[in-house]
Design a protein around this ligand. Structure first.
Ligand code: HEC
Length: 434
């Protein structure tokens, strides 16, 4: 596996796939929608908020404020309208109709129009008797059921009050003497105020143990710069971000943890303004069925780019041939703070284009793993074709440099990446597409 990753990165590095860099931008589309003449909370807005927002925006959950009930929603009506309009919320970034995913949470053009009109019309309540009941959320610790194994940080991780984000990697060993097959991972942040996201990596090399030993501080784990874990992982169990639903691997498919392989949990911490402690827990769900294929990750990357200062829409395009017949299960676009959009498709040897994923309003804070509704079987010789666009102008509010400077590939959050992380297995099993 690690060879395959290296090959992928090397292929991209050597320009094997014919890299090119162009100036283009995504085209804007306008959609016409019907909205009620008089929009009310009771009849039109509450159903939208209950369906799309309060899984996170309720007391005690990840979002910073509640949107449960009329008063709470009214208080935020302008913010709701602007977040919906700009597609910042709900934080589902994949463009509708380009790829089909499990657990999608997005607003339709009509729902966005309703929220905007409600705000413009001054957020009326309407007939309170028509308000739908607030959905009830289960109070169990793990929404996915009783885990087979729970990993927990040995002791709380201490976070300072201020300063840059921390990417802390905690190293676990299942102590297994035979291969363990994992179907799903779930996460319970110990401290929701600071845990931003969590990614479970696999490290077959065991180098993570050394990195922990060499860590200059005396806390558990080791820190790394934005995104990476300081080594090339041999696999990944998936990612977790607030509100994102647990996805199991397909029947007969699982992540394999061989004896000695380390699980490296990377927790991205956001400091809160006061000293905080966190003791996050992770649940693992083991396979009960016979496993025929293991799910691995493929890094389709282009590290050979230079984004000139001032460029508003700098495109970086690349394509990476798939080294074997494969089934694709998940896709995760990855860029840093200059990222604007990323679009990826598979091109078959016959020249057919199969959409994979398109994120048209990139948000560094919401990097989601998208699970394909139908696994996609692709033949060797197919290519992953990816187009990424970056904004290195002063108009990008996230640009870490003022004035902008040329930016190339690197691990720091202030460097950039052009990377599509693909969850796949060698050999078929999914739907055949030609
Ligand atoms: C997956 C969890 C989740 C869902 C679903 C969600 N939010 Fe949020 N929301 C958050 C978190 C976390 C923050 C604070 C961090 C941030 O801004 O990204 C936030 C911030 C916000 C903000 C303030 C920041 C901004 O971008 O304006 C608004 C307004 C908001 N949400 C509205 C909504 C609305 C409206 C919906 C439903 C249509 C929604 N959210 C759905 C998690 C969620």
């Amino acid at each position: 596996m690690s060879n395959m990753i290296k090959t992928a990165i090397m292929c991209a590095a050597l320009g094997f796939a014919g890299l090119l860099s162009l100036q283009t931008g995504p085209k804007a589309t306008t959609v016409k929608v019907e909205t009620p003449e008089k929009v009310t909370y009771a009849e039109h807005v509450a159903p939208i908020i209950n369906k799309h927002c309060i899984s996170c925006h309720r007391p005690g959950d990840v979002a910073p404020f509640s949107l449960v009930g009329f008063d709470a929603a009214k208080k935020q009506h302008t913010m709701i309208a602007s977040a919906a309009d700009a597609k910042r919320m709900p934080p589902w970034k994949a463009v509708e109709g380009y790829g089909d995913f499990k657990g999608e949470n997005r607003l339709s053009a009509q729902e966005i129009a309703i929220l905007k009109k409600w705000s413009i019309q001054n957020a009326a309540r309407g007939d309170a008797k028509k308000e739908p009941p607030t959905p009830v959320f289960p109070k169990t610790e793990w929404s996915h059921g009783t885990p087979d194994k729970v990993l927990q940080l040995n002791k709380p991780f201490e976070l300072e009050s201020e300063g840059p984000d921390v990417y802390r990697n905690f190293v676990f060993d299942l102590g297994n003497t035979e291969d363990v097959y994992i179907k799903a991972m779930d996460v319970r942040p110990g401290n929701k105020a600071v845990v931003h996201h969590v990614i479970g990596f696999l490290d077959a090399s065991g180098r993570s143990v050394q990195l922990e030993k060499n860590s200059p501080d005396d806390q558990d784990g080791y820190s790394s710069s934005g995104g990476g874990i300081g080594l090339i992982p041999s696999g990944a169990l998936g990612g977790w971000a607030p509100g994102v639903m647990v996805q199991e691997t397909e029947p007969g498919v699982a992540f394999k943890v061989s004896p000695g392989t380390k699980i490296v949990l990377q927790i991205h911490y956001h400091k809160s303004g006061k000293p905080e402690r966190d003791q996050t827990k992770v649940a693992l769900y083991y396979a009960k069925e016979k496993i025929e294929r293991t799910q691995e990750i493929f890094w389709a990357a282009n590290p050979m780019f230079r984004i000139p200062p001032g460029a508003k829409s700098h495109a970086v395009n690349w394509s990476t041939p798939l080294p074997a017949d494969a089934t694709i299960y998940t896709v995760m676009p990855h860029m840093h703070l200059l990222g604007k959009s990323m679009k990826a498709h598979v091109e078959t040897p016959q020249g057919n284009k199969i959409p994979l994923v398109w994120v048209d309003s990139w948000d560094f804070n919401w990097q989601l793993v998208y699970t394909l509704k139908q696994p996609l079987e692709v033949k060797r010789g197919s290519k992953l074709v990816v187009n990424a666009v970056y904004d290195n102008s002063t108009e990008n509010p996230n640009n870490p440099n003022d004035p902008p400077r040329p930016i190339t590939w690197g691990e720091e959050t202030t460097d950039e990446m052009a990377l599509l992380v693909v969850g796949y297995s060698v050999n078929g099993g999914g739907r055949q597409r030609r």
